[in-house]
Design a protein around this ligand. Structure first.
Ligand code: ZN
Ligand code: ZN
Length: 309
């Protein structure tokens, strides 16, 4: 794709930045329709097409695949926020595959390119790619959220992820992509079928803990790329538009504290301020206590003070 360079806004602030209308439009567009659909569909289906087994499997596969992305693909493989034992490294790569976001190597290459060019030409998914007018931002939002994946662009892994190309474990796991993707849909169905001992239980688990869970995970990950580069608080210095968006903190396992992340990409904890819940960081802390990870890059007061500028 040829990306239109980001135009420098005329004033110190871009046109829609901080305006309530833009905040509202983005939140309405992304959060309300799927939430409403879910809130309407779930009670209608409760008791015949949705039950506790589906809910439990949804949560299980959501958490396992979600943390595979945030702790594995993102904080470990992309940014090297900590070192991990081989068994945990392999487990994180396998769990990340269950989120159906592609191979570790390709994901990491795209994401490192995102950091290298964030919100400038070369960034694979910047909402500012088309300019700062309302129409350009609407187009940019779609592009950053999911449109970018439809461009036939492949980030050069030899340039952006040579360490992973050299990692035999990761290369072997990446080759399993079709099987791991199928497993992400079929495992919930299998478990749902066994737990309820029925074909109907397999089908409903396939729907809720397979299809719906993956769609939900996708939208949360994509929201970090789109919403968290458009609106939100920016307490730390970063060379891009990355911002903290608190309503997404729980669902994104702490990834929506995106301003600190771009300010200090290798930091293992993104929600560093008081009250900023970061489930991924807490899980890494637990892994550290268990002795499975070490050399964790935790934030220090001095470093944070420097990042605040
Ligand atoms: Zn970002
Ligand atoms: Zn990152």
């Amino acid at each position: 794709m040829t990306m239109t360079p980001v135009k420098t806004p005329p004033g110190p602030k871009p046109l829609l930045e901080g305006t309530p209308a833009a905040h509202l439009a983005v939140r309405l567009f992304v959060l309300i329709p799927p939430t409403l659909a879910f809130l309407v569909a779930a009670p209608l289906a409760w008791g015949w097409g949705l039950g506790w087994v589906d809910v439990a499997l949804f949560v299980l596969f959501w958490v396992v695949a979600g943390l595979g992305i945030t702790i594995g693909y993102h904080r470990h493989f992309t940014h090297g926020s900590f070192k991990a034992k081989r068994g945990l490294k392999i487990a994180l790569a396998l769990c990340g595959h269950l989120a159906v976001q592609g191979e570790v190597t390709a994901w990491v290459a795209d994401h490192r390119r995102h950091h290298a060019f964030s919100d400038k030409e070369g960034d694979p998914h910047s909402p500012w790619a088309y300019g700062t007018t309302p129409a350009a931002l609407a187009k940019g939002f779609w592009h950053a959220h999911m449109g970018w994946m439809f461009n036939n662009e492949v980030t050069n892994a030899e340039r952006f992820a040579p360490d992973l190309l050299a990692d035999k474990d990761i290369q072997r796991i990446d080759k399993l992509l079709p099987y791991l993707t199928a497993a992400s849909f079929l495992l919930p169905a299998l478990l749902g079928g066994l737990l309820t001992w029925s074909w109907w239980g397999a089908l409903t688990a396939f729907f809720w803990a397979g299809l719906v869970r993956i769609a939900f995970l996708h939208h949360v990950t994509w929201s970090v790329n789109s919403i968290c580069h458009l609106i939100g608080e920016r307490p730390f210095k970063s060379k891009d538009k990355a911002a903290n968006v608190w309503p997404l903190a729980i669902f994104s396992f702490g990834e929506s504290w995106h301003n600190l992340h771009h300010s200090d990409p290798t930091c293992a904890r993104h929600g560093v301020l008081r009250g900023q819940i970061d489930i991924s960081a807490r899980t890494i802390w637990l892994f550290e206590k268990l002795g499975w990870v070490w050399d964790v890059r935790w934030p220090t007061e001095r470093r944070l003070a420097r990042l605040r500028g």
